[in-house]
Write a protein that binds this ligand. Structure first.
Ligand code: PGA
Length: 335
């Protein structure tokens, strides 16, 4: 028989990555399902009035709760409480083609090493960065979709896993600007998920589309999703997929667009909620993780990370300014 700890863990993984667990209804559901998995009860029951950290719970009146089950529920609550406490919003540090040498990469990594942080360094610094990370996870900025063969300059998902990567960023607007199409993005997403990597899929509209208004933006993004996630059974990959909503014109303060600046928190918040609803209705992904990215810095981090429904941020430039980045991480932990 599996222990209640194992069952709570696998239940959490199958539901979502982390954030929705702060919802009381979801906690009750996790515990109820975990009890079924570990053989405590035969079918799920409705648990009422769960309070974190204590044993204050009730179960459905028709369910007989014997001593063993009571103990299991108490244990499950304690495990979940710990889990929830250790799970803040996620911050991805996308270093892009920086810094310029391994010494600086290691220094930056050591100082950015916090829970719920993902560090995506350039490939040559992977090994050195991996060695010093204790809490943060390693991420790649890109990958190829084939496993091996005559593909000059490419790196496979399995190679990334072997190097210790947990995450891979796919479809970043700076790569799309170099010619990466939705078809390519789709191949990469499929290959990464199949290999067991967690995907951070970047989507977002260019300036011309935003100028046409919100309906045009939603049409653009829904097309991007349909193409990028084509053919995937997302129910089984739900916990492995994180979306980064990054309006192209807001990334790197308009490197590709001289009128560029960060989005307003109101717009970003609206789009994040819309994306969650869209993923739920179109792909049956409940509780998707959606981050905002595009010139997040110390000045605006609080207003972005305080948004209802936001699960974190993808930070480029500011992740290289260590004092600023550490403050952004602190803001993410308290929001
Ligand atoms: P930025 O980059 O924070 O420098 O705009 C964001 C990103 O990498 O997408």
């Amino acid at each position: 028989m599996r222990s209640i700890r194992e069952c709570v863990d696998s239940e959490c993984d199958s539901i979502s990555r982390v954030r929705p667990l702060t919802d009381q209804g979801m906690v009750a559901q996790v515990i109820s399902h975990a009890l079924v998995r570990c053989g405590g009860i035969h079918r799920s029951v409705t648990l009422y009035s769960l309070s974190f950290g204590g044993s204050n719970f009730h179960v459905h009146p028709r369910t007989y709760v014997h001593g063993f089950l009571q103990k299991q529920i108490k244990t499950a609550i304690i495990i979940l409480t710990k889990k929830i406490k250790s799970m803040g919003k996620i911050i991805i540090a996308n270093w892009k083609m920086n810094p310029q040498n391994e010494k600086n990469a290691v220094k930056l990594a050591c100082q950015s090493d916090f829970l719920n942080v993902v560090i995506a360094p350039p490939f040559p610094f992977f090994g050195a960065v991996k060695k010093v990370l204790k809490k943060a996870k390693l991420g790649a900025q890109d990958m190829f979709w084939e496993e091996q063969g005559a593909y000059t300059g490419e790196i496979s998902p399995r190679m990334l896993k072997k190097l210790g990567a947990h995450y891979v960023i796919i479809g970043h607007s700076e790569r799309r600007a170099l010619g990466e199409t939705d078809t390519i993005v789709n191949k990469k997403v499929v290959a990464a998920l199949k290999t067991g990597l967690k995907v951070i899929l970047c989507i977002g509209e260019p300036r011309q589309v935003r100028n046409k208004g919100l309906t045009a933006v939603k049409n653009f993004i829904s097309k991007q999703f349909k193409a990028d996630l084509k053919g995937l059974n997302l129910k089984s990959y739900n916990s492995k997929l994180t979306i980064a909503y990054e309006p192209v014109w807001a990334v790197s303060l308009g490197r590709y667009d001289k009128h560029g600046k960060s989005d307003t928190p109101e717009n970003a918040g609206y789009m994040i909620q819309w994306i969650k609803k869209f993923l739920n209705s179109r792909f049956l992904i409940r509780n998707s993780m959606v981050l905002y990215g595009g010139s997040v810095n110390l000045k605006n981090a609080k207003s972005f990370l305080g948004l209802e429904g936001i699960d974190g941020a993808l930070v480029g430039g500011a992740s290289l300014r260590i004092n600023e980045f550490k403050k952004i991480i602190r803001i993410s932990q308290s929001n």
